[in-house]
Design a protein around this ligand. Structure first.
Ligand code: G6P
Length: 608
């Protein structure tokens, strides 16, 4: 995820900015850059790759002393990692760095091109630099105000104006920006970690505020140019606490990162509510020739593949198979030249998935990777690549990587259906609107985290050794991932069963007090699932029921119940998954487990 640091003060800006960027490295990045303002104007240096490469380039600059600058680490969304796509983006008059996504950047680009601006990068951010240049006539406030009236999306921006080399401007919406107040100068940063060694005093910038920082002064204005009084806050966090952004564990932070991660993954692929993978390098009508799809992955990523299969087969009736990567290679799979193989991996380094990818390539099958880690082996070796923009996932148990895999698979399935003429443009647009609404619904579920915590306590998961998840269709597939999450971090043994299958053997394990988590979000098969629930209730099971708003269920089954917002059937996994991430998290907390680093597990498994 991108990072911003900006400094103006008595010290030379360059080492402070490079140090700040190094402190933001934990967020993950694929390129970095900075702009320094001096009496001869602004110089900008950018580099794909590690910070060391940027440092070497900065070392080649002339020897002018510069005390003001902005810097950025980029995690690619619009446009691949490259020098040109790295921030800052600049013109003769302005230079800026940006976190977030400009949703209407294509319209803005047209506007700028019609006004004779040439573009050097594939990024959404460059449109903001061009727009700011267009509006800037010597008054930064009115130019910034005009720009933000035109842009849609999320942003934290730090801006330099060439004719104002001793000041930096900042503004934000939906992306954080803080102001650091130091002895030797002042800072803007996306994240407190960037300024931790220099100052403990900071101000949170709110939306619709413009900040101007100078060596000795910080001024915050409303958009109407009224000066605002702001509370100075004192930070007493360690580096690790700052990285967790006040959450007690990385896992909980990452669960809460999901709305942003989902938007970051979705929005770069939308154009006027239609899906567009051209930025990712997929040719027009890419999916048209394929007659069969394979998903190959491990662990949580394989569970995303299961849901991908369900969606593709429902939307376009294209036969789809899902394999554990470790099994795929040894089962002598039947592969044809008109198959598409999709490899899903958070780390991009899982040995079995990588080996399966190499096998597919050796047989001349077209390969597409869905990966979160930039420049990983799977990302580099697949023929085509779709990145999830979850940002680095530090907790071993995967949460936001999984949900961003789901959102990519959802739009991939829609796009495929449209190319195969199984869905119309209007149907896709409607589905995309519902998808956007589910991100809002996820925010609502996160705000109800205490409800899940109370259910965990009431069910007494502290003393539970076995648990079953049941559901039908997509609910069953969500159950598989929910069960894995619970096992991974709370060490409760659990199994997920297709609700109708339990009675064919496993029901023998149900006894007085057994806990069964029943997921029933599909109105059409509710009655069937309820029958299966009753089968286990009759044998003494306690039920934790997850249903959707508006469903009629008898009171006796509602003692432990979480009601999801009503949504389309195919979108319910986005919502129910979040409940079960919280369920696993609170179960692990109850049992005093090391949530972020569960025993026996590794984040990335590079052995077969
Ligand atoms: C490990 C992790 C799992 C992950 C799986 C696949 O087993 O502990 O959380 O789902 O690898 O990892 P990948 O990086 O390929 O998604």
């Amino acid at each position: 995820m991108c990072g911003i640091v900006a400094y103006v003060g008595k010290e030379m800006a360059e080492p402070i900015l490079i140090d700040g960027l190094a402190r933001l490295e934990y967020r993950g990045y694929d390129s970095a850059g900075l702009s320094l303002a001096g009496k001869n104007g602004i110089v900008t240096v950018k580099s794909q790759g590690r910070l060391q490469q940027l440092k070497e380039r900065v070392g080649q600059l002339d020897s002018e002393d510069r005390f003001c600058g902005i810097a950025h680490t980029r995690w690619a969304s619009h446009g691949k990692p490259s020098d040109a796509n790295a921030h800052p983006h600049y013109t003769e008059k302005v230079s800026l760095v940006h976190n977030g996504i400009i949703e209407n950047y294509l319209d803005l680009k047209n506007f700028a091109q019609n006004n004779n601006y040439d573009f050097l990068s594939e990024t959404d951010t460059e449109t903001v630099a061009k727009l700011l240049d267009y509006f800037y006539q010597g008054n930064p406030f009115s130019a910034i105000k005009k720009v933000i009236e035109k842009i849609e999306g999320s942003y934290a921006l730090a801006i330099l104006f060439a004719d104002r080399p001793k000041e930096i401007y900042g503004i934000r919406k939906d992306s954080p920006l803080i102001i650091g107040l130091g002895q030797t100068g002042n800072w803007l940063a996306s994240d407190l970690t960037a300024i931790l060694p220099y100052t403990k005093q900071y101000i949170l910038l709110e939306e619709n505020e413009i900040v101007q920082i100078q060596e000795n002064e910080v001024k915050i204005y409303s958009l109407e140019r009224e000066m605002k009084e702001k509370k100075v806050q004192q930070m007493n966090w360690s580096l690790e606490e700052a990285q967790k952004n006040h959450f007690p564990h990385f896992m909980l932070k990452e669960i809460f990162d999901q709305p942003t991660a989902l938007k970051n993954t979705l929005f770069p692929r939308l154009r006027k509510n239609q899906i567009d993978f051209r930025q990712d390098g997929l040719p027009e009508n890419f999916f048209l020739p394929f007659k069969k799809i394979f998903f190959v992955a491990c662990g949580t990523a394989m569970h995303a593949g299961n849901i991908g299969k369900f969606l593709i087969e429902s939307f376009s009736r294209i036969p789809t198979e899902v394999d554990f990567a470790s099994e795929f290679r040894y089962r002598n799979p039947i592969l044809k030249q008109d198959d598409l193989m999709i490899f899903i991996s958070q780390s991009g380094e899982t040995a079995d998935t990588l080996a399966a990818l190499r096998l597919a390539k050796s047989k001349g099958i077209c390969t597409l990777a869905i990966v979160n880690a930039v420049n990983s082996s799977i990302a580099r070796e697949a023929d085509y690549l779709l990145m999830t923009h979850a940002g680095p996932e530090i907790a071993v148990a995967s949460t936001k990587a999984f949900s961003t895999q789901l959102i990519l698979l959802f739009i991939l399935a829609l796009h495929l259906a449209q190319q195969k003429q199984a869905m119309t443009k209007d149907e896709v647009s409607l589905a995309v609107s519902s998808l956007k609404n589910s991100i809002v619904d996820i925010e609502g579920i996160l705000n109800r985290k205490e409800e899940v915590q109370q259910i965990v306590q009431k069910l007494d998961l502290l003393h539970t050794e076995h648990l079953f998840f049941i559901g039908r269709g997509l609910d069953y597939l969500v159950g598989l991932e929910a069960s894995l999450k619970l096992k991974e971090i709370s060490y409760i043994h659990s199994e997920a069963y297709a609700a109708g299958e339990l009675k064919h053997g496993t029901i023998a394990l149900i006894e007085e007090g057994s806990i069964v988590v029943a997921i029933a979000t599909d109105e059409n098969i509710l009655a069937k699932t309820i029958s299966n629930i009753k089968e286990v209730v009759a044998r003494g099971a306690k039920i934790f029921l997850v249903i959707a708003e508006g469903m009629e269920v008898e009171d006796s089954l509602l003692e432990y119940c979480f009601v999801l917002p009503k949504t389309e059937k195919t979108l319910s996994p986005f919502l129910s998954t979040v409940v079960f991430q919280l369920f696993a998290y609170y179960a692990a907390m109850e049992r005093g487990c090391d949530v972020d680093k569960p025993k026996n597990l590794a984040k990335s498994v590079t052995i077969e």
